[in-house]
Design a protein around this ligand. Sequence first.
Ligand SMILES: Nc1nc2c(c(=O)[nH]1)N[C@H]1C(S)=C(S)[C@@H](COP(=O)(O)OP(=O)(O)OC[C@H]3O[C@@H](n4cnc5c(=O)[nH]c(N)nc54)[C@H](O)[C@@H]3O)O[C@H]1N2
Ligand SMILES: Nc1nc2c(c(=O)[nH]1)N[C@H]1C(S)=C(S)[C@@H](COP(=O)(O)OP(=O)(O)OC[C@H]3O[C@@H](n4cnc5c(=O)[nH]c(N)nc54)[C@H](O)[C@@H]3O)O[C@H]1N2
Ligand code: SF4
Ligand SMILES: [Mo]
Length: 872
Amino acid sequence: MAYKRNVDRLPIPPRDAKVQNVVCHFCIVGCGYHAVSWPVDRQGGPQPDRNLFGEDLTQQQGAESAAWFSPSMYNVVKQDGRDVHLVVMPDKGCVVNSGLGSIRGARIGELSYSTVTGTLRDRLTEPMVWRYGTLSPTSWDDAVSLVAEVTRRVVEAQGEDGLIVSAYDHGGAGGGYENTWATGKLYFGSMKVRNIRIHNRPAYNSEVHGTRDMGVGELNNCYEDAELADTIFVVGANPLETQTNYFLNHWVPNLRGTSLDKKKAEFGGEPVDRGRIVIVDLRRTPTTAACEVEAGKDNVLHLAINSGTDLALFNALLTEIAARGWVDRGFIEASTSGFQEAVRANQTGIDEAARITGLAPEDIRKAAAWIAEPKQGGARRRTMFAYEKGLIWGNDNYRTNQALVNVALATGNVGRPGGGCVRLGGHQEGYSRPDYPGGRPAPYVDQLLIGGQGGVHHVWGCDHFKTTLNASEFKRAYKRRTDLVKAAMDSVPAGDREGQVRAVMDAIRQGGLFVVDVDIVPTQIGSCAHVMLPAATSGEMNLTSMNGERRMRLTDRYMDPPGSALPDCLIVARLAQALERSWRAAGKPDVADRFKGYDWRTEEDSFNDGYRQHEKGGEFVTYARLRAMGTNGFQEPATGLEGSGPAAAGTTTGGTPGMVVQGPAVESTRGKEPVQQAGPGTGPSAAAAPPTGGTERIVGTKRLYADGRFNTPDGRARFAAAQWRGLQAEGKQAEKDKFRFLVNNGRANHVWQSVYLDQHNEFVRDRFPFPYIQMHPADVAELGLREGDLVEVYNDNGSTQAMVWPTPSARRNETFMLFAYPTGVQGNVVSKGVNEFVIPNYKQTWGSIRKIADAPEATRKLSFKSQEYPAS
Ligand SMILES: Nc1nc2c(c(=O)[nH]1)N[C@H]1C(S)=C(S)[C@@H](COP(=O)(O)OP(=O)(O)OC[C@H]3O[C@@H](n4cnc5c(=O)[nH]c(N)nc54)[C@H](O)[C@@H]3O)O[C@H]1N2
Ligand SMILES: Nc1nc2c(c(=O)[nH]1)N[C@H]1C(S)=C(S)[C@@H](COP(=O)(O)OP(=O)(O)OC[C@H]3O[C@@H](n4cnc5c(=O)[nH]c(N)nc54)[C@H](O)[C@@H]3O)O[C@H]1N2
Ligand code: SF4
Ligand SMILES: [Mo]
């Protein structure tokens, strides 16, 4: 694809190129990368003493050479206002990915903002306000003070319930400890906002209340456990495409049998064998195909379950395992409560489960044996349980989650090597906030917005127009309400701020909604916004996050953000200070005082204020120590420090010879425009924070619950009663009965989320101009369709469009559609049905399909070959 990038040669990094730590800002896996940069007017040479890699580049490099990077890893960006070459390349020394990139992470370079190469030119550069019939650029003060004035008046009129918030709660880009702390401090500390939702679900709740209520946190093992397990039991996940390098670097070695030495070293005399895998997914995923190639078909059991019936399977497994005595009595005795009651309550016969799930009884028995049948000599089988969105966004989330954890606990597989019962994860994590002030169940925020409640909506890095459920209705209501405010703003000269705010408040009284959207690019929900604020993202600010094994790292700032974009945490600070001023001017000094404590100058100040003072072990964690620990970081929670000595100038982080990682390229973010002081005595951070520096290493936690103590008052994990109750969310069974096709949905390897970085580039949009819908060839033929044709997918919730991808491995009447796509939003047809804690059920959706058009120019040229991993 180099020709599409207009690159036919790449510069050689010189010996003294700067090297910084980077963690891929996309998925949960958090692969380690290095950002290599040097002035744009220089280059190294092929001789070993003239290039960063210390290699003789006149020679052909080997297949896995660390002295290689691709055009997609390269760009020209600004550092402190000066052009530099930038290469963001995988780090061989990182234990997460061992030098692997992915089709997403290996593109961080070309997905950076560049005024030289023209990439990501749609990035937001200046704050914008609705005026002159469009969003028009303005200053930070102007934009933020308008938001504060409207917000304060709405809160005066309606109380804090009148302020509705949507905010990410994850790590990586559009998240991280700095930014979740800042938003949390504003909405839960300075205010007590209850009507807030998270980026991916319409309320403030947990995706996994089920496991947490049993005392089992959802990220409890380490990636090495996937190499040590006898069996991996994976539910509703497609890790080859969605947790790519975790799968490739830690699952595949086990499936290939190349981690046997590790197993022997860890388990001494126990019999060890090549790993087996059970995959519970109604669809034959590329992961399934890959596992068959790597492990051999005999070591892969694909349970192609009926959509939404996982709970019945797990209860049958528990019943079978208990009946055969394949349980870990010692563990159950010492570390759990409620085992017998749960086995009784969840009693499910294999034949009954087979009827519900559509699986063969012998396959359920086989799964039970692969999970728990003792090995030769009676040694316990070690099984790792992993799940993601096929379970989480599936039928009856809470109970299904608990039914799976029951099986893991019964077999003693939590807190032990080769075990774990874990989320595979979505984004990285990076949550640090004061407690949510609302109750459980939390308010269903989308329904409030649809129902005309609230007067102002703050949106932080999420695009509900592409990603929420019941999206058709949501967008209709949202547009109607925000148009009222636009019309009001259009009716008053833009320069008359008082008149503008009065008109906005009038419109809000008529059911209008005022919206501020903080993002890095124009969004679909932003088409309704009255203010857009430009955020800096990962690499343009220092950012900390943790991955799926709680591995925390610092990504250094290696380039400037576009225009006057700011890190989200510093945008929060400005907004908080504007609110303070507004309340003070309104004669409410007591309210104004709640907005003190945001005199942060850098993102590190937010980190010191938040993570360091509020998270377990946070006192040990500093930017300087994280920087010194490179891309391997440590696994949370921190428990102490080891070793000490004077701070070194640089630290090698492993595998890549000659690479010395340096400090920050630019000390901190944008010293140019310091955030105004909120007043005396409110400073949280630098002075109060423990001293930083030195090279003491942070000591972390490899596995949670290794001591057999769980997160409950008595330290015992609780088994749970979790009976089958059919399709649980309101209206789902009726939808299933009424419409022919299951509209299963999810992700593809090539595409990151709602395509926000790729909306306007050829690499992804040429490949997928429209979201694909995979259908069985016989269904395709029956509807008179051909590959690449455009179809409408519709039901009583709404409609959307997709392009047809005939897929022989699909089952009749079961389709799979790419989610969150800008040119066809699957969420349009997802109903508003949620569980008792307002968890959406995106995956169980049924609809009809009809042809819109023959394959248009954009899809006619595409390949619709199978994505099965070919057997060699
Ligand atoms: N039908 C269906 N719907 C689903 C799902 C499904 O499986 N099926 N899955 C759900 C899940 S798991 C998820 S995570 C959600 C995703 O839903 P969203 O979070 O709404 O979608 P994203 O594409 O991840 O991007 C969010 C926005 O963050 C912006 N952004 C990126 N970096 C930054 C930054 O540094 N600062 C700021 N302020 N903004 C930034 C991007 O430009 C983008 O507009 O979708 C959910 N919706
Ligand atoms: N390439 C890529 N990787 C990503 C992302 C991305 O956008 N692109 N997004 C990240 C994010 S935020 C998330 S949350 C994760 C999601 O990661 P995953 O959960 O692995 O991805 P999905 O494709 O949403 O869904 C996984 C599987 O659930 C199956 N499924 C649907 N219904 C059921 C059911 O009833 N039972 C069972 N057992 N399975 C079912 C689907 O067939 C699908 O194969 O991926 C992360 N990684
Ligand atoms: S697997 Fe995930 S974290 Fe690793 S490079 Fe790919 S997108 Fe980034
Ligand atoms: Mo997600």
